[in-house]
Structures are given as structure tokens and as C-alpha cells.
Design a binder for this molecule. Structure first.
Ligand code: PEP
Ligand code: MG
Length: 754
């Protein structure tokens, strides 16, 4: 059973379209379960019907014709209860309705399971038997597992318009691909798929013009791999027995095999680029081997995969990894990284779409900083088929349209227009102070990481930089930057804002911020070697950075230093020791420096309970609500599966923030909030009421938050906060705040929030 399951799933995943995937499923299930009929019904929401989409056993003409109204019959019963139904005689069940077109009277046994994706029933998978038959538990779970797999294929089909065609439905918005979160905004553009090097599965199809050059690249890559193999075999000849050495010869034979080479060449001649054509041939071969009965031959699948990866590596040193990014680029990938985003010229980039991640991922934070709409966590994104396709990114509702109709394109162009008008409207606030109706001022600072986002930060009237994420300049290089190189980078930011404060955070790598040249492999990176922990274990890296930051401040004096991921006071003591040492050395070297204010990020729950001890050591606190939320709620900020649980307005997070502010104020230390929460106009109202001293956010959010602050009095936000404490879940708090914004005439800000 397991074997059949695995093979069927592979076949389904390889199917070129939904119709084919469904017919594979019904045929394989019928065979494996030895039943008389297997069928798939899909939900047509518009027509409120279950439509027979594929069958092996019933009359093939019934496909697309048999439509069962919601609420009638056993298929509806399975969908309604979201549970399987296992009956030895279908007509005994009270919900049974006889369907003439499929000659149903001849069948007794019935097993139906729902096809569910993201809590939504997409259809029902049914098997029938002429005789009475009660299916075994194992058979039921077999069908369940296939149904779960089919759910992914159906969502894929939604993206390519397959379902719309199959159901002849007209409402394409129902079949947009749904992500779990994003950054607000709308974008219309074309996909440029980015992928990690040497990951064959992630390679997209891509059209080429110069076929001869592509063929030459491919042949050179194969020849290169063959040379590598020969060298490896020669190196091993003394240390391996002859039969193992023969393995290399077998690999070389495989490499030269007509199937592998000619298959790829055919793909290239058909217009695909070499990596895409190679991916197809390798996948076919891998499957062929995996399907073999002989366990030894089945194992060869991994050799083919390995050969594929080696050829790809070679190809990638010949073919540039990404093509030029033209205007209107929407960056698409399995897991788009912050560094991939940073590689695209800001003027060309209009959107980001990632199969993994959430709005708290660093790539989403960067996108927000640049004012670029993003959709994160579309786990069924058909990445391989998207390169060059026209896309519409709906960052408000976390949706993606592939090859949109003219109506959808127009609708989103209109939204873009409205957004631009709101932005124009907001420009009027630039010169105005960030103060409430009753005169309380809350400075708004900008978060930055890339030099290219200093300008928007200046333009939006930020009163300083509340968080400079220094890891970003580290992420876009291929080695650690040197002291002078770093100094110049930091200096530009400090100078641009002087005399306003610039809070520079020391290197916060680890977690989802990996440096390509400093690999850290961990099972649980967010609970691992991260932030200050790496810095203290590598004082040489930390000292160079601190020296560079301190020198960048020479003659300016607007620097504040911020330490990330602090969980214990001894980390502060150790870091302060190193900072003091760097400072003294620099003063000895003749630099004109003032010792900067030092602050600690409150982003690990243990820090909440050590505020008085920390306050003895440092000058200010900055709450990192992204990590604080992740760690308090035990919700991975990058995991699309749980992204809906990631909620900074959760009562527990709000209480933690209140506790930090109260305790810090008791010992006269200011508190800022620099996580994404600060840039959400609704959440900012609560932070204001809790008495936060400043807020730091992406430049794109700043004027929106200022608009919200200028529209309320402290008294009004105090009342909102009092009400919010009464609620037991985040949804109610959000609804309260959204209503308040709407009532104050700031409905436009609600759309920009979540
Ligand atoms: C945070 O954790 O809230 C924060 C501001 O830091 P980062 O997002 O860079 O981890
Ligand atoms: Mg953090």
C-alpha cells in the first residue's frame, strides 16, 4: 500500500494539469483498492454543487455533467461533515439520493473522503463496489492520504486557471493562490523566479533565444562533471576496493547515456534553458528508477539525482544564476531571502512572492521598508511554472493571481492608484509633528538596513533611526566586511540623520538571517546560535564591528548602540566589556569619540523579568515585538503553517509589553518599540496608551502611524486600552481598534493593516 501511495503521489505531482492528475488518481485507486469505481467530485461554490470531475468505472460522458446540489446525497454528506463515510450498502443511508446518469443502482459499497486544504473542503474522493463491502480502516486511511495530497494539486490547478476551465466557472478571484500574510499594497508585473544554487527541484523553466549557446553550455557542463568523476575515481583507487571504484564507471556511463544527454538536448531544442531541460530529464530518470521493483536499481535514483546536481552546479558557473531584472519584476521563489531581494535594483522591483515565510520574515520586513507589496506563505506555489508569467500581487489580502484576466488587472491598477493618492495625502503630514490631539508627542523613528532605504526614511520625516539592522549589509556580501568598509557604510546613515539619534544594532545573524559565507547548521536556529550569542563567541567579529560603528560616530555624537537577543545580564556585561575595550583603544588611537548610549532589545521572554537588573547596566530598552511574539506564543515567525497564530495583539504579548514599559519607567529608562507592531497604525494606538516613549518602523508605515496618532487624544487611546484589557483574544482587540480607526475617518489605514 505504502509503495502504491508513494508512486501515485509522485505521478500526481508530475501531472501537467489537473485533469490528468485526477485521472491518474482514479485509475490508481481503483486498481490498488480493487474497487469497481473511483471518482472525484469538486466543489463548485458558485453553483453550490459537487461536480463529477473524473471517474474510472462510471460512464466517462458523465464527467462535468453530473452535478449534485449541496445538501443532497452522500457526496454532500461527506463534504458537510468533513468526515469520511464508509457504508456497506449506500442506499440504506438516509442521505442517499439515486443518481441516474451514472447507473448508480448497480453499486452497494461506498467509501467517500473529503478533500480539504486550509480548512476548506475542495471536493470528495469516492470509491464504489458492486457488492456490499465495508472498507477496512487501512483502506480508509489510504484514501485519506491521497485526498490530502490531491488537495495540493487542486490548489495548484487553481493558479493556472485549470479549475476555472474545468468547472467553467467565471469567478477567477476564488481561485487566486492564497498566502498566509504579506505586506500591504498591490502590484502588477512579471515573475522572476529566484532559487538557491544547485537545488535542481527549485529550477524554473525559462525560455532561451540562443539555443546553440545553451547546448554548448550543457555539453561543457557534462564534460566537466565527467572530468570530476574521473579525478575522484583516480583519487580513491588506493583506498577503495575495485567493486566500489566500479561505481564511478557506472556513473560515468550513466552520464554519457543517450537518454540523459539527448533528453536534455531535446528539451533545450524545444526552447527551454539548459537547467530547466536538465531538471525535466533528471526528474523523469529519478522516477523511472524509483518505480523499479528491484531495490538495488531503485537506489540508483539517488545517483541520478546526484549527477543532476553536479551538472547543475557546473551549469551555474557558466550561466548567470539570475537574469537581468527588468522594470516590473516580481521576485518569486520557494523561500525568497533578504539577500535575493537586496540584489534587485529597487526601481525594478514591484512585488515579492514566497512559498515560505510570513509577514515577520526578514524578507517581508525589507519589502515593507521599501514599500513593496509581498505575499508570503503560499505553500502550494507552482514555482517551476511561473518564470516570466504575468502576475498580480494582492498584498492586502495575501493573494496571487497568475495570468490575470483584464478585469483583475484593471481592478488592481485602480487600487494602486488609490494607494498612490493616499500616499500623496499623507505627504502633507511630513512637516507636522507626531503628536496627539491633546499635545502628547511620540517621536517616530525609522527602521533601516539598506543604504537605499535611508532616502525614504529621510523623506517621510523620521525623527531618527530607531533600528539599524546591520546584518543586512553583511548579508549582501560574499565575506565579512572589513572595519573600514563597515565604518563607511554606518557613517552614511549617522551623517544623514545627525544630530537626530541613530540606533545601530550590533550584528544579529542566526535564526533566519544566514550569511552565505558563515554557514550555521542547526535543528532549531531560532533557539540556537543567534544575535549576541554569536557575537560573544566570536569577539573578533564583534570587536571589528563595534570599532567600525564607534568610529563612524566620530565628531557626530548621535550614535546609540543596541544589543540583540539578550536573555541574561551576563551577556550585557560581556558585551559592555568589549564595547568599553574598543572605545578605549580608539580614544588611545586619537579618535574624537563620546561613549554612546547603550540599549538592550527586549525580544526574549526572560528579558521581561529582568528589567531592573538590566537597567543598572544600560540606558534604554527597545522592544522587538517580532521575536517577542514568536517566543511568547511559540509561533515560528517564518512558518506559513502557523502564521495565523502569529499575533502581536495577543493579550499575552500586550501584557508583556505593559510590564516592560512600567518597570523601565519605574527606573527612568525610556522604552521604544521597533518590531513590525510599531508600524501597524491600530497597534500603535495601544502602544501610545501604554506610554511607550518612541516608535520605530519601516519608512513606508511612518506617515500612516503619524496620521493615526494625530487623530486621537491620549484620553481616547487610554479608553481603547481599558477596553482592550477586557478582551480575551487578539481578534476582538483588532476589531476594536479597526472600528476606532474607521470611526475617526481613517478607514484607509485599516486596509493597509492586516
Ligand atoms: C524584532 O525581533 O522585533 C526585531 C525588531 O528584530 P528582527 O526583526 O531584526 O529580529
Ligand atoms: Mg529580533
Amino acid at each position: 500500500m505504502l509503495d502504491t501511495l508513494r508512486r501515485t503521489i509522485q505521478e500526481v505531482n508530475r501531472a501537467p494539469d489537473l485533469a490528468r492528475a485526477l485521472s491518474i488518481i482514479v485509475a490508481r485507486v481503483k486498481q490498488a483498492m480493487v474497487v469497481d469505481v473511483c471518482s472525484v467530485y469538486l466543489v463548485d461554490d458558485e453553483g453550490k454543487q459537487h461536480v463529477l470531475m473524473a471517474t474510472d468505472g462510471y460512464n466517462a460522458d458523465a464527467v462535468g455533467e453530473v452535478r449534485l446540489d449541496f445538501g443532497r446525497g452522500l457526496v454532500s454528506e461527506v463534504a458537510r461533515r468533513e468526515e469520511s463515510l464508509n457504508l456497506d450498502n449506500a442506499s440504506d443511508h438516509p442521505s442517499y439520493v439515486f443518481t441516474d446518469e451514472i447507473g448508480e443502482e448497480a453499486f452497494h459499497g461506498f467509501l467517500g473522503v473529503p478533500i480539504i486544504q486550509h480548512r476548506k473542503v475542495l471536493g470528495v474522493l469516492v470509491v464504489r463496489q458492486r457488492e456490499r463491502r465495508r472498507f477496512a480502516e487501512q483502506e480508509e486511511t489510504f484514501l485519506f492520504t491521497l485526498a490530502a495530497q490531491l488537495a495540493g494539486a487542486i490548489s495548484h490547478a487553481g493558479a493556472s486557471g485549470d479549475i476555472t476551465r474545468l468547472l467553467q466557472a467565471s469567478d477567477e478571484s476564488r481561485y487566486a493562490l492564497k498566502g498566509v500574510s504579506g505586506t500591504p499594497g498591490a502590484a502588477v508585473g512579471h515573475a522572476v523566479v529566484v532559487y538557491p544554487l544547485a537545488n535542481l527541484e527549485a529550477i524554473p523553466d525559462r525560455a532561451v533565444d540562443d539555443i546553440d549557446a545553451e547546448i554548448a553550455n550543457f555539453r561543457a557542463a557534462v564534460a566537466g562533471v565527467e572530468r570530476d568523476m574521473r579525478m575522484m575515481s583516480a583519487r580513491m583507487v588506493d583506498s577503495l576496493p575495485a567493486e566500489d571504484i566500479a561505481l564511478f564507471d557506472a556513473l560515468i556511463l550513466m552520464l554519457r547515456s543517450e537518454n540523459l544527454v539527448d533528453g536534455t538536448l531535446d528539451g533545450i531544442r524545444a526552447g527551454n534553458w539548459a537547467p530547466g531541460a536538465l531538471r525535466n530529464t533528471i526528474t523523469e530518470h529519478v522516477t523511472a528508477f524509483e518505480d523499479m521493483e528491484d531495490p538495488y536499481l531503485r537506489e540508483r535514483a539517488s545517483d541520478v539525482r546526484d549527477l543532476g546536481r553536479r551538472i547543475l552546479e557546473r551549469l551555474q558557473s557558466i550561466v548567470p544564476a539570475v537574469r537581468d531584472f527588468t522594470a516590473g519584476t516580481i521576485l518569486v521563489g520557494e523561500e525568497v531571502t533578504a539577500s535575493q531581494l537586496a540584489e534587485v535594483p529597487v526601481n525594478s522591483l514591484v512585488g515579492v512572492v514566497s512559498a515560505r515565510g510570513s509577514s515577520a520574515s526578514h524578507v517581508a520586513i525589507l519589502a515593507r521598508a521599501l514599500g513593496i507589496p509581498a505575499v508570503m506563505g503560499i505553500d502550494d506555489l507552482p514555482v517551476g511554472r511561473l518564470d516570466g508569467q504575468e502576475l498580480v500581487v494582492d498584498g492586502y489580502q495575501s493573494r496571487l493571481f497568475v495570468r490575470p484576466s483584464q478585469a483583475i488587472r484593471k481592478e488592481f491598477q485602480r487600487l494602486q492608484q488609490e494607494e498612490a493618492e493616499l500616499t500623496d495625502e499623507l505627504q502633507k503630514l511630513i512637516e507636522l509633528s507626531s503628536e496627539t490631539l491633546d499635545g502628547t508627542c511620540v517621536p517616530l523613528h525609522a527602521n533601516t538596513g539598506l543604504l537605499s532605504d535611508i532616502t525614504p526614511s529621510l523623506r517621510c520625516g523620521a525623527e531618527g533611526i530607531g533600528l539599524y539592522r546591520t546584518e543586512v549589509p553583511f548579508m549582501i556580501r560574499d565575506r565579512f566586511p572589513g572595519e573600514e568598509e563597515q565604518r563607511r557604510t554606518y557613517r552614511q546613515v549617522l551623517e544623514a540623520f545627525a544630530p537626530a539619534p541613530v540606533t545601530v544594532r550590533t550584528l544579529d545573524i542566526g535564526g533566519d538571517k544566514r550569511l552565505p559565507y558563515f554557514p550555521v547548521e542547526e535543528e532549531n536556529p531560532f533557539l540556537g546560535w543567534r544575535g549576541i550569542r554569536i557575537a560573544l563567541d566570536h569577539p573578533e567579529i564583534f570587536l571589528i564591528q563595534v570599532r567600525a560603528i564607534l568610529r563612524a560616530d566620530a565628531g557626530l555624537g548621535n550614535l546609540q548602540l543596541l544589543l540583540p537577543m539578550i536573555s541574561s545580564v551576563h551577556e550585557i556585561d560581556a558585551a559592555l566589556g568589549l564595547i568599553r575595550r574598543a572605545f578605549d583603544e580608539l580614544v588611545d588611537e586619537g579618535e574624537a569619540l563620546v561613549f554612546p548610549k547603550i540599549g538592550v532589545m527586549i525580544e526574549v521572554p526572560s528579558a521581561i523579568y529582568q528589567i531592573p537588573a538590566m537597567a543598572k547596566r544600560v540606558d534604554f530598552f527597545s522592544i522587538g515585538t517580532n521575536d517577542l511574539t514568536q517566543y511568547l506564543l511559540a509561533v515560528d515567525r517564518n512558518n506559513a503553517q502557523v502564521a495565523e497564530l502569529f499575533e502581536a495583539l495577543h493579550p499575552a504579548v500586550l501584557r508583556a509589553i505593559r510590564q516592560v514599559i512600567e518597570q523601565a519607567h519605574a527606573v527612568e529608562r525610556p522604552v521604544s518599540v521597533c518590531g513590525e507592531m510599531a508600524g501597524d497604525p491600530a497597534a500603535a494606538l495601544l502602544l501610545l496608551a501604554m506610554g511607550v516613549d518612541s516608535l520605530s518602523m519601516s519608512a513606508a508605515s511612518l506617515l500612516r502611524v503619524k496620521w493615526a496618532i494625530r487623530s486621537f487624544s491620549m484620553e481616547a487611546v487610554g479608553r481603547l486600552l481599558d477596553e482592550a484589557w477586557e478582551f480575551e483574544d487578539a481578534g476582538a482587540v483588532r476589531a476594536l481598534l479597526h472600528n476606532a480607526l474607521e470611526d475617526a475617518g481613517l478607514g484607509g489605514l485599516v486596509r493597509a493593516g492586516r
